[in-house]
Design a protein around this ligand. Structure first.
Ligand code: SAM
Length: 340
């Protein structure tokens, strides 16, 4: 199997990403995936518990300048109810995601994390001790103390995408922050012992293949144990309304390179990779797990809030937690992979 020395530099990665035929790279990524993380596809239940956000990320429908969006914040009871239903349906990870909403102080979220960690995943395995769900937090940039409190409360993972490794593009897209600050947060999370996840969007204005090379190398530098990589999807209610969507094929290529660079990482098939045209979906459904991904996130946000968590326009299906999970398990098995 071919090894790619050019993956050491952003220019080398850019050259590889631009190859006419990517088949060999996909094959290598899939082989590495099989040898490192195996055939298991981890299913994660994501609860989008608040769309209130103090930031102004220009690509995102939740940004505070979007006055057309009806805002919501789930109560503690609603969050725990959704989590309990997901856990009893068999999910072993609950992902808590929100805009940057200061109502959720470190203490309030810590209390929710602790309650979720006490839940028990039903299992047919004859284990001596009960299986408690893992908790992933994805609530943006906070101070080190908040991150520490959540870790002590039992949080296992933290997802905070760096979005783009080009500081100039980062500044244009984020009037409220800097790439330096974001990377600092990621390094703190990693030091605190979180399974740390970053990631980026493919197809941002001004981005080049070299930028994607920098993005991929940054994942390794942080160092990340998870990476969410997906196409940018234009949201008509944002300043990037007229921008074309990112290329899903390029996003798949970036996921494959991420698998080669970070062999052991958890790589989700990002939601934005599944919000695609029917034609694209059909292409992906040839085998959506053939390029290195080993994680799928499924929304379990209650229907009455789901539509309002509109990062980008997407088709909204009714949430049927147990039924959706069974359907996903069937799909994963049909590709010869093992849902967990
Ligand atoms: N506030 C948290 C944060 O910033 O990490 C979590 C919520 S944020 C909405 C989750 C992710 O949505 C971001 O990391 C970003 O990559 C993604 N996102 C936002 N707008 C997007 C768009 N238009 N296309 C694709 N992904 C987008």
């Amino acid at each position: 199997m071919k090894i790619y020395p050019q993956l050491k530099s952003a220019e080398g990665i850019a050259a590889l990403l631009s190859s006419e035929d990517f088949t060999q790279v996909y094959r290598l990524a899939d082989q590495i995936r099989r040898e490192t993380v195996g055939d298991i596809v981890h299913l994660r239940a994501i609860i989008e518990f608040s769309n209130i956000c103090k930031r102004q990320c220009v690509y995102c429908g939740l940004n505070r300048e979007n006055k057309e969006l009806g805002r919501f914040r789930m109560s503690r009871e609603e969050i725990l109810e959704a989590a309990a239903e997901a856990v009893s349906a068999g999910y072993r990870t609950i992902v808590l995601q929100s805009g940057e909403d200061d109502y959720f102080t470190a203490g309030r979220l810590a209390d929710i994390i602790k309650s979720i960690k006490e839940m028990e995943v039903p299992s047919e395995e004859r284990t001596v001790s009960p299986i408690h769900p893992a908790v992933t937090i994805s609530c943006g940039e906070r101070c080190e103390e908040d991150y520490r409190i959540w870790k002590q409360a039992g949080a296992d993972r933290y997802l905070l995408k760096h979005e783009t490794a080009d500081p100039r593009i980062y500044d244009e897209l984020h009037p409220c922050g800097t790439l330096q600050q974001r990377v600092k947060c990621l390094k703190i999370l990693s030091r605190l012992g979180y399974e740390t996840g970053s990631g980026f969007m493919v197809g941002l204005p001004g981005q080049t293949l070299r930028t994607l090379g920098e993005d991929l190398l940054l994942l390794k530098e942080i160092p990340c144990k998870m990476a969410g990589i997906g196409p940018f999807i234009s949201n008509p209610k944002t300043p990037l309304a007229d921008q074309p969507d990112g290329d899903p094929e390029m996003a798949r290529r970036a996921v494959a390179v991420a698998r080669i660079l970070l062999p052991e990482a958890n790589l989700p098939l990002t939601t934005s990779l599944s919000v695609l045209s029917d034609k694209e979906k059909r292409r992906i459904s040839d085998n959506p797990f053939s390029f290195g991904a080993n994680v799928v996130m499924k929304k379990v946000t209650p229907d009455k809030y789901k539509k309002a968590y509109e990062i980008y326009p997407a088709e909204f299906k009714k949430t049927e937690i147990l039924q959706d999970r069974k359907e996903l398990e069937r799909l994963i098995k049909s590709y010869g992979r093992k849902p967990l």
